[in-house]
Design a protein around this ligand. Structure first.
Ligand code: CA
Length: 247
C-alpha cells in the first residue's frame, strides 16, 4: 500500500527515490491537539468584530497565517482589504482568546514518532504558520531537544505562508536537504497543498473533524486517521521508502 503511493509520487515528481534525511512537521493539529481551541477562538473574535467565520470553516483555513485568514473573511464581507491595524488588533484578540483555554496537549503518537525519527539520524523540522508564542515556547517543554531555532519555520519567517510552498521550501533549506530527501506531515488541506506544491512527499494525519477525502483531494500522498497511526506505521513506511525506486 505504501509502495504504490510512493511510486505514484515518484512518477509525478520526476524523482527516482526518496532518500530520507528530514521530516517537516506542521504544529497545530499535528504536534499539539490545539485546533479545537483555535477554531473556537477564531469564531468568537470574528463574531465580536461582526465578521462571520464558523468553527467548521476555521478548520478549512487552518495553516494560513492569521493575517491571511482575517483578510479573506473581511474581503468576503466588505469587498475590500482589512487595514493592517485591524488585522493586528483581531489577531492579538484571537491570541488572547486562545490563551484563555487550558494548555493544549501534545497529540498522541507525536513524541513517540519524533523519537523514532531522531534515533534514525533523520532531522525533524517544524514548519508552522503560527505566531503563537505560548505554543512555540511549549515546544521545548513537550518535545525537548527536537526543534532548536535553526530547525523552525514560523509565521515570523515567511512572507506568503501556506498554501504557498514557501514555508516548506524554507524548511528544506533549514534542513539542508532537497525535496526528494524529505517528508511533510500535515493535518490541514491548505498545509497539504503547501507540501505538495513544494514537491515533497506529503503525509496527512487526519486529526480533526474534516472528511479524510478533503486531504486526499488537496493532494496528500498518504492519509492516516491519526498521528498515532502514522507513528505505528513508521517502520513499515520507512522500509517501503528504502525499497522503492524508479529505474
Ligand atoms: Ca495544522
Amino acid at each position: 500500500m505504501f509502495k504504490a503511493s510512493i511510486v505514484r509520487y515518484l512518477e509525478a515528481s520526476g524523482h527516482s527515490h526518496i532518500n530520507l534525511k528530514a521530516v517537516l512537521f506542521d504544529m497545530d493539529g499535528v504536534l499539539f491537539n490545539s485546533m479545537p481551541y483555535h477554531s473556537e477562538a477564531w469564531h468568537t473574535v470574528m463574531k465580536r468584530h461582526g465578521l462571520d467565520l464558523s468553527r467548521e470553516e476555521a478548520y478549512l483555513h487552518e495553516g494560513r497565517t492569521g493575517a491571511a485568514t482575517i483578510n479573506i473573511v473581511y474581503q468576503r464581507q466588505y469587498g475590500q482589504d482589512a487595514t493592517p491595524e485591524l488585522i493586528e488588533r483581531i489577531y492579538a484578540e484571537k491570541s488572547a482568546e486562545f490563551n484563555k483555554f487550558p494548555q493544549p496537549e501534545p497529540m498522541p503518537g507525536a513524541w513517540e514518532v519524533l523519537q523514532k525519527i531522531k534515533s534514525e539520524g533523520i532531522t525533524p523540522i517544524l514548519v508552522t504558520g503560527s505566531g503563537q508564542h505560548s505554543l512555540l515556547d511549549r515546544l521545548a517543554h513537550h518535545f525537548p531537544g527536537m526543534f532548536d531555532k535553526g530547525h523552525m519555520v514560523t509565521a515570523f519567517d515567511v512572507k506568503y505562508g501556506k498554501p504557498n510552498p514557501e514555508p516548506y521550501l524554507m524548511g528544506l533549506e533549514k534542513a539542508g536537504v532537497k525535496a526528494d530527501e524529505a517528508l511533510v506531515v500535515e493535518n490541514a488541506p491548505i498545509g497539504v497543498q503547501a507540501g505538495v506544491a513544494a514537491g515533497i512527499f506529503t503525509i496527512a494525519a487526519n486529526t480533526g473533524p474534516l472528511d479524510g477525502q478533503v486531504l486526499l483531494d488537496a493532494g496528500a500522498n498518504l492519509l492516516f486517521p491519526s498521528m498515532q497511526a502514522f507513528c505505528d506505521n513508521w517502520e513499515e513506511l520507512r522500509t517501503a521508502l528504502d525499497e522503492t525506486s524508479l529505474p
